[in-house]
Ligand binder design. Structure first.
Ligand code: NAD
Length: 352
């Protein structure tokens, strides 16, 4: 068996070409990006222009024994059908996020993966986002005391894109688009902690077909709350992350990791002079005396998204465990279902 894994992409649009380009340029020793299939002729041409083979049909691609790994990067509603077809053809499969739209569909896909023994995993690439890695490093450093609250948000001002993302039947909406990334990060952050309950609001500011944003408040065991917010009508954005620990606070402003950590250096020093606030006075909200706090730089741990593909190679060639597992996907899709339920009923949903 040769070391290189023959790879193909089904759905050669924005993300499909991102996979092909990056793997070809960054991991030429591990993967041979052979070809693609897309239902649009212009994308078939784009594939040829990039030096790939545009197969004439999905069947032709899946019947090629040189292809061992298929990346599915079509709109969300056809992931299930294509993943199952590829697994049944004996291919290993990376499916784009969201893996699919319901837990029932996910179970059907997992059943075929188990039956065929092929790899079936999902591209949760934002686990390698630098800003997220910084927050994980803050968590792991244990230097802010118990972290009791995290806020993770992305704000845009362009509404929802006008393609399939704007159509419910294709799995559109911001919860399944950006939300699924931020929620996957949240579950990675929480680890083994049970997610006890959540309350969510879905927004339809610019779009009636599907949600153009949402806000969810999650309560985890161990006195930890976590807000995830994705909004698309914000002409002023709030910071990407806000993290509160008993002895300090952190802000990560954006994807480039601008921000800071402020820690208390002298808790006992509570002396403060009341300040004027609005039309009143306050001691509680008075700024801290500078001698009682210290400012720190954010940690900048190394992060390389290509580790995802290194793991895929290791799974297929050496039987390693995949980074993104079936159980993680079960938890994530169940979480999305609970957010839709809470958004639609206006009620808190009890979970794990
Ligand atoms: P896109 O519209 O740019 O591309 C989708 C492509 O799939 C189109 O070229 C379309 O012609 C093709 N297609 C549709 N149905 C098909 C079928 N049955 N067989 C073959 N081809 C078909 O969309 P996109 O932005 O590339 O999104 C594709 C997938 O990637 C979605 O699931 C999306 O959620 C995901 N995505 C992931 C990330 C990430 O960071 N992980 C980013 C963007 C998109």
């Amino acid at each position: 068996m040769q070391n290189k894994i023959g790879m193909a992409v089904i759905g050669y649009g924005g993300m499909g070409s991102h996979h092909a380009r990056n793997v070809r340029l960054k991991r030429p020793g591990k993967f041979d990006v052979i070809g693609t299939f897309d239902i649009r002729e212009e994308r078939q041409k784009a594939s040829r222009a990039f030096g790939l083979t545009p197969y004439e049909s999905r069947e032709a691609l899946l019947s090629d024994p040189k292809i061992e790994l298929v990346v599915v990067a079509t709109p969300n509603d056809v992931h299930k059908e294509i993943v199952i077809d590829a697994l049944r053809h004996g291919k290993n499969v990376i499916c784009e996020k969201p893996v699919t739209m319901t837990s029932a569909d996910l179970e059907d896909m997992i059943a075929v993966a188990n039956e065929t023994g092929m790899l079936f995993t999902v591209h949760q690439n934002r686990r390698w986002d630098p800003d997220f890695r910084t927050v994980m490093a803050i968590r792991d450093s244990n230097t802010m005391g118990h972290i009791f609250h995290v806020e993770s948000r992305v704000h845009g001002s362009r509404g929802i894109p006008s393609d399939w993302r704007n159509q419910k039947e294709h799995g559109g909406g911001m919860l399944l688009d950006w939300g699924i990334h931020l929620l996957d990060q949240m579950l990675q952050y929480a680890g083994e902690r049970r997610l006890l309950r959540l309350y969510a609001q879905l927004t339809n500011v610019t779009n009636e077909n599907c949600d153009d944003g949402f806000r969810v408040h999650c309560t985890f065991e161990g006195d930890t709350s976590y807000i995830v917010e994705v909004l698309t009508s914000n002409f002023i954005s709030l910071p990407r992350w806000y993290v509160l620990g008993e002895n300090g606070s952190a802000v990560v402003k954006d994807w480039t990791r601008r921000g800071k950590i402020i820690k208390v250096s002298d808790w006992e020093n509570r002396e403060c002079v009341p300040i004027r606030a609005g039309v009143g006075i306050t001691k509680t909200m008075a700024p801290r005396n500078k001698s009682t706090i210290r400012r720190y730089r954010l940690p900048h741990p190394k992060c390389d998204w290509m580790e995802y593909y290194d793991n895929i190679h290791d799974v297929i060639r050496n039987g390693a465990a995949p980074f993104v597992t079936h159980d993680q996907q079960r938890r994530l899709i169940r979480l999305c279902e609970a957010i839709f339920e809470s958004g639609e009923t206006g009620k808190t949903v009890e979970l794990e």
